[in-house]
Design a protein around this ligand. Structure first.
Ligand SMILES: [Zn+2]
Length: 1038
């Protein structure tokens, strides 16, 4: 999937063992444990907190017995009665499943030996209570209730209605494995609902008395079960809603090796959010509302469309049939094999059975009106689908997808395994895109570009296509076993997206974007709330939260670092090919990848890949490498680069760091870079005494930050002042990023930061300018949000003085180079944001021309945002822009108009925008995270947005799942610019009040940590900042 943009998450070994063990051992039998618990209501001495008596719900059973949720510390050796209860439970569970790794084995802690009298009393008590318990054990739980025991009936029972649900884990038992699904779905747009018929063929891997699978919001109307060649018979379905699981219980064991079939009929509403089988609508060019239904199953939503084993390791084949009205069309992963007319006037499209086994999250189907443009590429039919009126916006995507498909076929040395590849632009879609096998879905802005679109817009489209196509191998063909290793999908697809485009479409200058992305990944990974790339995942929210910059961007960054440090340019590729071939059609974990890469490496030339990379995937954060030099001796020392908002002790994490370095005698070409592997706390390398300066982390391909010490920084600053082109632009950007990071860490003063930036008026390249502007703008925003008006004005002057000449040099006409577009949009957006007069005038002029020509005069794509943002500052033009937004069909332009609208400082307009985004009629709800993040740039906007989020939290999490990247983005944009204690208190008080609605999220911890860090940075720098800014005239600072 491609999105837009503190718990201690150190890897714990237990869950991994649990997953692996569960592959081989029979699971705990919650049914019997539950029977035990039915005896408890009359058991007088049990702690009432331990077991809740009424109602006898599956929630009780799961909470009370299924999980290891009773802390050992709570056990009290002195309480004989309690000990008795526990030992009875343990004994009976031990009899039932000797090898279960899950059953709570509560070894009593050492108690002082009891006296003889105590022993006698205890034994007597034990006998009495055991006898009572035995009697109760054989009585049904209903015996003591007012209602008495109900007569048995054959109706579907609901776990929450009183039946015992036979499973209490987040992950499903491994005793049953699905082989194939036959699915028939009939969406009904009149009622926004659908019916489904699912036939699931399964194989029994271990003897078991139950089948447990997923289902969410499905109303199952009929269920039959057939074992081997036997007859099908109706079965009761139990449901445990909190975990979205359903189950069938059997009185006899299903035996290992048997095959069985579960057939389920069900009805459900089409989802109103962006997941599951959801309905979507758009207004066509003649103003008619059009409806469609599409799917988004990753990560946990296939279960909303059909009952299934909804985990990535349960791969199976799928055969899909869709019943639709004749005026619609349907698409699925596989090509359509036939269409038949049904008696009820509907048409049935039947799609070929998948040739390959796939995970449920990759299944997809769409019903609506779409038109394709197609092309044959190496015997694969590649088609780009759009709504009919946007058909002429599909050519670029088709051409790019074709080129990339050929590239990947060759690069991976494995041919794309399906006969067709569809790319579909969905009018209302939350993520950037989703890699469903053979049927990739996109936002329209990430797929469709018109003939007039700018290279920068093409860069977005090409990047997303390259990412999703890479998934067809990384993720679809070889899939992570569990969400804890999501980075194997996302880190790889992200790395491949940059790597492939550098080869296939070099004119897109994708390298700049990749570098900026690595800086942002480091910023996030420097926080204590970050997590290891491969990390434990045990709840739905934790699964959602894995879709973050650590899985995507850090994952991609460490792959780049590895590739850059391997000898030769084919080693990495060979390892990847070996990995894909060895695990084709299977599931893997992180070690499988490192092992494949280790096997092909050249011995004696490189540290062991597996050893090196494990240090990057199994611990959070990254190293700070400190350089100290005495003559020809250079000592490198590593420590965890951890931004600390409190006085927590330093972590002892260590990495195997492939340190690259260049010096003043040779610093530009790749041949200049030398490699030193730092795998211990410190290491020493030698350089000629004549070397004036060293720059580590050549072109910033490594995931670490370098502190050169006062002398080292001084030498680099002088080198840049003399001739900044002595370093590559990536190295210059890397120095800028590193020194700002060190300032956040408190290692260098802000004055040192600004003194490195003294060379900036000479800088002309995109990456260093953009990085410097971004960092300075961050400081500006912090000051602005604290209402430090004096400093804000000075800061503005500083930026305009340092970048003014470059800003003035920018043109407002069409520009073909992506890199120049990136440079000019960053400069002009800052200039106009800071109210620079010439910039404002130009932007207003462009807008007027655009309005006067009724939108026929084109504003260059990279300048649309700045032009619309300036226009939106006038109330009249804001209204004009809103009207234009409503009628615009060209998606990329429409998005920029929305950003313009959201940059207004006018309070009623801000309030209107936020609520319109939530309603979703004029501004699609998918755009709400973008609206919020843009609104938050202004002082008033940030406060209104924060209030809005607090007031509408429940509605927000209805639209965007708790933990999803949309929620992550919303929290981050609203809180990341706060730096005062009162803001911290407010944010803390609101977020902690959310409880299960979000307070446990990593993004919540990140938000609080960020405010504390901002606060600390301000406390540390504000006094000298005031002094420094007052004492110096910035215009003389060059
Ligand atoms: Zn992805």
């Amino acid at each position: 999937m491609d999105p837009f943009d503190s718990n201690n998450s150190e890897r714990a070994s237990l869950p991994r063992n649990m997953i692996e063990n569960s592959m081989f051992e029979e699971e705990p039998d919650i049914v019997d444990l539950a029977k035990d618990s039915t005896a408890y209501p009359t058991f007088p001495t049990l702690d009432p907190d331990e077991v809740v008596y009424e109602p006898r719900s599956s929630r009780l059973l799961v909470r009370g017995l299924g999980e290891n949720d009773v802390d050992d510390d709570e056990e009290d050796c002195e309480s004989s009665a309690r000990l008795l209860g526990m030992s009875f439970m343990n004994r009976s569970s031990a009899q039932r499943s000797n090898s279960s790794p899950y059953a709570r084995q509560t070894a009593p802690r050492s108690c002082s030996p009891p006296s003889a009298r105590t022993t006698v009393v205890c034994v007597l008590f034990l006998v009495i209570v055991a006898s009572m318990t035995m009697v109760l054990y054989f009585l049904p739980g209903c015996t003591f209730t007012k209602k008495g025991c109900p007569k048995p009936d054959n109706k579907t029972s609901n776990g929450t209605d009183g039946e015992l649900f036979p499973w209490a884990q987040f992950q499903l038992p491994r005793s049953i494995s699905p082989l194939s699904y036959d699915l028939t779905l009939s969406p009904d747009f009149d009622n926004m609902a659908f019916t489904g018929h699912a036939v699931i063929n399964m194989s029994v891997l271990h003897n078991t008395k139950r089948i447990v699978l997923h289902s969410a919001n499905l109303n199952i109307t009929k269920a039959t079960f057939k074992l081997g060649d036997g007859d099908a018979s109706e079965v009761a379905i139990l449901e445990y809603k909190p975990r979205q699981q359903i189950a069938v219980k059997f009185s006899e064991d299903l035996k290992a090796g048997q095959n069985c079939v579960l057939t389920l009929d069900y009805t459900a509403d089409l989802s109103h959010a962006y997941n599951g089988f959801y309905n979507s609508s758009y207004t066509d060019e003649v103003g008619h509302k059009r409806v469609l239904a599409a799917t988004q199953f990753e990560p946990l939503y296939a279960r909303m469309a059909f009952p299934c084993f909804d985990e990535p390791s349960f791969k199976a084949t799928f055969k899909v049939k869709i019943n639709r009205k004749p005026e619609y069309m349907a698409l699925s992963n596989m090509p359509k094999v036939k269409t038949t007319s049904l008696a009820n006037g509907l048409m049935q499209d039947e799609f070929a059975k998948t040739k390959v086994k796939m995970s449920t999250y990759l299944v997809a189907f769409i019903v609506g009106n779409f038109t394709p443009t197609s092309k044959n590429v190496s015997d694969i039919l590649v088609s780009v689908y759009s709504v009919p009126e946007k058909k002429n916006h599909t050519d670029y995507a088709l051409d790019t997808a074709s080129k990339l498909l050929e590239f990947y076929n060759d690069f991976f040395d494995i041919k794309y395994p399906l006969q067709k590849l569809d790319l579909v632009g969905i009018p209302d879609f939350l993520a950037g895109a989703m890699e469903n096998w053979g049927l990739i879905t996109f936002r329209e802005t990430t797929l469709l570009v018109g003939t007039k679109s700018s290279p920068l817009e093409k860069q977005v489209v090409a990047s997303v296509i390259a990412h999703e196509l890479a998934h067809q191998w990384f993720g679809n063909l070889v899939t992570m076993s569990w969400w804890s290793d999501l980075w194997l999908n996302e880190g790889f697809a992200t790395y491949m997206q940059y790597m492939s485009l550098q080869t296939v479409l070099p004119q897109l200058d994708i390298g700049n974007l990749f570098l900026a992305m690595r800086f942002r990944a480091m910023d996030k990974d420097a926080l204590n709330s970050s997590h290891a790339v491969s990390t434990e995942v045990n709840t739905a929210e934790q699964v959602e939260e894995m879709f973050d910059s650590v899985s995507y961007e850090k994952g991609a960054s460490i792959l780049l670092m590895l590739n850059a440090s391997l000898p030769g340019d084919q080693q990495f590729r060979k390892g990847i090919i070996q990995y894909l071939k060895q695990f084709s059609g299977l599931n893997t974990d992180t070690d499988d990848l490192w092992n494949s890469l280790t096997e092909v490496e050249v011995p004696n030339q490189h540290p062991n890949v597996s050893e090196m990379m494990r240090s990057w995937t199994y611990q959070k954060g990254f190293p700070l490498v400190t350089v100290s030099r005495k003559g020809d001796q250079v000592t490198l020392t590593q420590e965890h680069f951890l931004l600390k908002s409190d006085n927590t002790s330093h972590s002892s994490s260590m990495w195997t760091v492939p340190v690259t370095y260049v010096n003043d005698s040779c610093s530009l070409s790749p041949e200049c870079a030398q490699l030193f592997t730092l795998s211990t706390k410190s290491g020493t390398l030698k350089v000629p005494e004549s070397v004036k300066w060293l720059k580590l982390n050549y072109r910033n391909t490594g995931f670490y930050i370098v502190d050169y010490g006062d002398e080292g920084w001084g030498a680099l600053r002088d080198a840049l002042s003399n001739n900044f082109e002595v370093l590559t632009q990536e190295d210059r950007a890397s120095l800028i990023h590193n020194i700002f990071s060190l300032s956040k860490l408190g290692r260098v003063s802000f004055r040192q930061v600004l003194s490195l930036l003294n060379y900036m008026p000479n800088e002309t390249e995109t990456t260093p300018v953009r990085e410097a502007l971004l960092q300075l703008n961050n400081v500006y925003h912090l000051l602005h949000k604290r209402y430090e008006q004096g400093l804000v004005t000075r800061m503005k002057l500083y930026i305009l003085n340092h970048f003014g000449a470059l800003m003035e040099n920018q043109t407002w006409t069409k520009e073909e180079s992506v890199s120049k577009q990136e440079l000019r949009s960053a400069l002009l957006e800052t200039a106009c944001y800071l109210g620079e007069e010439k910039c404002m005038q130009q932007a207003k002029k462009q807008f007027k021309k655009y309005v006067d020509s009724n939108g026929t005069t084109q504003i260059p794509g990279d300048l649309q945002r700045v032009v619309f943002s300036v226009a939106a500052q006038s109330v009249d033009d804001w209204g004009t822009l809103l009207t234009m937004y409503q009628y615009a069909t060209y998606d990329s332009e429409k998005e920029k108009m929305l950003q313009g609208l959201a940059s207004t400082q006018d309070t009623p307009s801000i309030i209107w925008l936020l609520s319109a985004g939530l309603k979703g009629n004029i501004i699609p709800t998918q755009e709400l995270p973008l609206v919020i993040s843009t609104v938050c740039r202004s002082f008033a906007g940030n406060l209104f947005a924060w209030d809005f989020i607090q007031e509408n939290w429940n509605q927000l999490i209805e639209k965007f799942p708790v933990g999803s990247f949309a929620i992550q983005r919303i929290i981050k944009s609203a809180t990341s610019q706060f730096s005062t204690q009162s803001h911290l208190n407010q944010v803390q008080s609101f977020l902690s009040s959310l409880k299960e609605r979000g307070s446990q999220l990593r993004s919540v911890q990140e938000a609080l940590e960020t405010i504390r860090l901002n606060q600390r940075w301000m406390e540390r720098n504000l006094p000298s900042f005031h002094k420094w800014l007052r004492s110096r005239d910035f215009s003389q600072d060059r």
